[in-house]
Design a protein around this ligand. Structure first.
Ligand SMILES: [Fe+2]
Length: 456
């Protein structure tokens, strides 16, 4: 190993000599000869030798470390990198033409030039616009394929004649809507039963939460329903964010979670049995969850919707505005302790209304359903005309009979969707049966078929 170290040393000294032109080491015979004398052995051992560092200052530290040499150099603190700003690099075939493209009032792309050089034959120009996007147009930048700059417009159709432009140097410009479109696909109606024992996978999603899909296929993208677990108690690594969504329900099934919402006062605890409706784009944040297994049922319409982080707003906000509407919907907080029970749409059961139908102006309704006390179950066959009807079993058990679907026993954690016009019946309901039913729209008709036998 000693030989290896000598080899390293010589090789590195030689490197220093080369790097310092006309230095005292450069070309000095003893040093060069020593290299020559050991070259074969150094080469043979090279694989076992750490690669020499290829920077002169690091090389000196490397050598000093090997031989415990004291270095005459001053100890300087490692420089701290501080990023001051950022820019994208775009190749340019002609600075003047490109600057004209991006800055001209006639085209109206809204950029301004900040720097350009050299003045006599510009090779580089930097431009900024739209809240800080900085572009560096550089004639020396490698051309690796056309880059695309997306400009987010409030109304691109009215402001621009084309939805796509190309700069003189080939950069594509897309003019798109600043508002992310929320596409609500038509519902593909289906009878779907998802049981907990089917062992659908728990997927690690946003903010470390675990999601189990309750509606495979999601009715063609019309709805997503998730069974959510937060595995660790304590603070949740969430940001202030919002969802571009048509309807969204959070129901706490077990444990508790601390939440805060825009213009809805101080953070509060959502306890087991409580629900909230998150109106479209209301800013909110999950702050903390209880110990043990935390379970939430979340329903969103449509299935695929955008979640946006709000880096500016801090919660809670100073104003308390319980009557504020977002896209026509109010924030609704339904507490189990305030529950008022009344008849359900199917005789023999009772339901607790959560106020969602009023809060969403009929977009949806959410009810908690249980067998009516002291009433014998009639085992009535029913159907409905709701576009979406989703049910989650909160507790207890029952048997669901569906036309052409046979029957299946359901218990806590199971879920099902019933298509409109489909005849079904609930039997064998345990006394502690509790169902969470979500419908879109909020108001729909239930048809009782008193003379029908149990559908099979
Ligand atoms: Fe959220």
């Amino acid at each position: 190993m000693e030989l290896c170290r000598v080899g390293c040393y010589v090789e590195l000294i030689q490197y220093i000599s080369r790097s310092k032109e006309n230095s005292v080491n450069n070309g000095q015979e003893p040093l060069v000869r020593l290299v020559d004398g050991q070259t074969r052995k150094v080469a043979a051992d090279r694989a076992a030798v750490p690669s020499p560092v290829q920077h002169p200052s690091e090389t000196r530290r490397f050598i000093a470390g090997i031989y415990n040499l004291s270095t005459p150099q001053r100890k300087r603190p490692e420089p701290m990198m501080k990023i001051e700003s950022a820019e994208i690099l775009l190749p340019s075939k002609g600075i003047a033409e490109d600057v004209e493209f991006w800055t001209s009032a006639a085209l109206g792309l809204g950029f301004r030039m900040d720097t350009i050089y050299p003045a006599d034959d510009p090779q580089v120009a930097t431009l900024t616009g739209h809240g800080g996007l900085r572009m560096r147009l550089d004639k020396a930048a490698p051309i690796t394929g056309p880059a695309t700059v997306r400009l987010l417009c409030s109304d691109p159709d009215s402001e621009f004649q084309a939805r796509e432009l190309t700069s003189p140097s080939g950069t594509r410009v897309e003019l798109v809507s600043a508002e992310a479109p929320m596409l609500r696909p038509p519902t593909e109606h289906a009878f779907i039963a998802r049981r907990l024992k089917d062992n659908a996978p728990w997927i690690v999603g946003r903010a470390g939460m675990h999601y189990r899909d309750l509606i495979p296929g999601r009715l063609g993208g019309a709805i997503i329903a998730s069974h959510i677990r937060i595995p660790d108690a304590g603070p949740v690594p969430d940001n202030v964010h919002y969802h571009t969504v048509g309807f969204q329900l959070i129901h706490c099934h077990a444990g508790w979670v601390r939440l805060v919402y825009e213009d809805q006062g101080e953070p509060f605890i959502l306890r087991a049995g409580d629900s909230v409706i998150q109106p479209p784009q209301i800013r909110h944040r999950v702050l903390e969850s209880s110990g043990g297994l935390q379970v939430i049922v979340e329903v969103g319409v449509p299935a695929e919707h955008l979640t946006t982080i709000d880096h500016v707003m801090t919660l809670p906000t100073p104003n308390y505005r319980p009557d504020r509407e977002w896209d026509g919907q109010k924030f609704v907080h339904s507490r189990l302790e305030d529950a008022v029970w009344g008849p359900w749409r199917v005789p023999g059961f009772e339901a607790r209304d959560t106020g969602v139908e009023d809060g969403t102006k009929g977009v949806a309704a959410v009810r908690v359903v249980r067998p009516a006390t002291g009433v014998e179950q009639a085992e009535l066959v029913t159907s409905h005309d709701s576009d979406i009807l989703f049910t989650f079993v909160l507790s207890g058990s029952c048997t669901l009979h569906g036309e052409g679907q046979g029957s299946q026993t359901l218990s806590e954690g199971d879920a099902y969707t019933l298509p409109p016009g489909h005849k079904t019946c609930l039997t064998d309901c345990s006394a502690d049966l509790s169902l969470l039913e979500v419908s879109l729209p909020g108001r729909f008709n239930t048809i009782v078929h008193p003379h029908d036998k149990l559908p099979v």
